[in-house]
Write a protein that binds this ligand. Structure first.
Ligand code: DAH
Length: 344
């Protein structure tokens, strides 16, 4: 009988040595010996009855000792397996913090969208609301209401694509001034964007389709000083804190007086370089005090109210700011160009 016990003990030792590779395998092995119904040690207990009464007590003691011994071995085995599996998990989840991070490449917004977003940010920060522009306008909104009736020489300033005698592709975002003033009474403070406009014009700095952003403020006592102060803030945000502005007299039919706005050259700081053609100044936009006739065309009392307006070309702004020398580069979707401009 004691041989059987010794065999079982040996089987357990062999099993532990050879087959216990995981906690699950160790558990299965344990079951073979210690399961109360089917385990080999349990079976021995059941055999008690068939043992001669004088040997029974000694046998029972030996079986119990074996059982306790086996329980201890399997408890140790389970601890060992647990530690082994934990170690394995640690190894598989190990992070080497000195490894270079995987780089995630994302696309950029198009430079024109970046510039538009920057301008919208600057002007909404000053309290402007944003309205949309139309790509097809009728003659009245694009020209006549803006004090440019038929046969007005200023129509020649913009080479227009006519769709019919009445309809045309918007040549400027200024029509948004009229739409806004027809709908809203002063005080008005709006910018119009995104502003696709079209002109029959095509060279290194002009494209038949380009983008403008229009601004309009109408209130009591608006003067050129308000315009200058506001534009000063705008150029500092877009071209850098050191940038200053100067106004030059100009002509637009819808503003009186009209000005061309220059900024001190942000490339050379005003000393004169290739970008500013040696002058120290770069022209960036047209602006002025809204012509009284335009206010009156929209039913606004031009004695009580005055306004300022400006129009910025987005392609021109992007070309200046990012050093792009040909407008075509903004329309060719060449990733070698677009990848370089990430300014948002
Ligand atoms: N609409 C003009 C253009 O396309 C730009 C412009 C000039 C807009 C002066 C204005 C302004 O609002 O006041 O050339």
């Amino acid at each position: 009988m004691n041989d059987r016990l010794e065999n079982i003990r040996q089987e357990i030792l062999d099993g532990i040595e050879k087959h216990a590779e995981s906690r699950a395998a160790a558990f299965e092995l344990r079951k073979q010996f210690l399961d109360s119904k089917t385990g080999k040690i349990g079976q021995l207990m059941k055999e008690m009855k068939s043992i001669a009464p004088e040997e029974r007590a000694g046998f029972g003691k030996n079986v119990n000792e074996l059982k306790e011994w086996a329980q201890q071995r399997f408890a140790e085995l389970d601890e060992k397996m647990k530690a082994k599996e934990l170690q394995k998990r640690y190894e598989s989840e190990k992070i080497d913090v000195t490894m270079p991070a995987e780089s995630v490449s994302t696309g950029n917004l198009h430079p024109i969208t970046q510039i538009r977003n920057q301008l919208i940010d600057v002007f909404t920060g000053m309290g402007f609301e944003v309205v949309e522009t139309k790509e097809i306008e009728n003659d009245y909104y694009n020209f006549t209401a803006l004090n440019t009736p038929k046969d007005h020489p200023a129509r020649d300033m913009q080479d227009t694509f006519y769709l019919s005698p009445e309809f045309l592709l918007a040549t400027q975002t200024s029509a948004a001034q009229i739409h806004t003033m027809e709908k809203k009474k002063p005080p008005i403070k709006m910018i119009a964007a995104p502003g696709k406009v079209f002109r029959s014009d095509d060279d290194a700095t002009h494209s038949p389709m380009f983008h403008q952003l229009e601004g309009l403020v109408v209130d009591e006592k608006i003067t050129l000083c308000d315009l200058k102060g506001m534009l000063d803030m705008f150029v500092k945000k877009i071209y850098g804190e050191e940038t200053t502005t100067r106004l030059r007299p100009s002509y637009f039919p819808f503003t009186e007086p009209s000005v061309e706005v220059d900024v001190s050259c942000f490339a050379c700081g005003g000393k004169g370089c290739k970008l500013c053609k040696g002058t120290g100044w770069i022209e960036i936009l047209g602006a002025g005090i809204v012509n009284k006739k335009v206010l009156e065309n929209c039913g606004i009392d031009s004695e009580k109210y005055s306004g300022l307006a400006f129009g910025v070309g987005l392609e021109r702004t992007a070309m200046l700011k990012y050093g792009i020398n040909n407008i075509k580069l903004l329309f060719e979707s060449d990733l070698r160009v677009l990848e370089q401009i990430n300014d948002n």
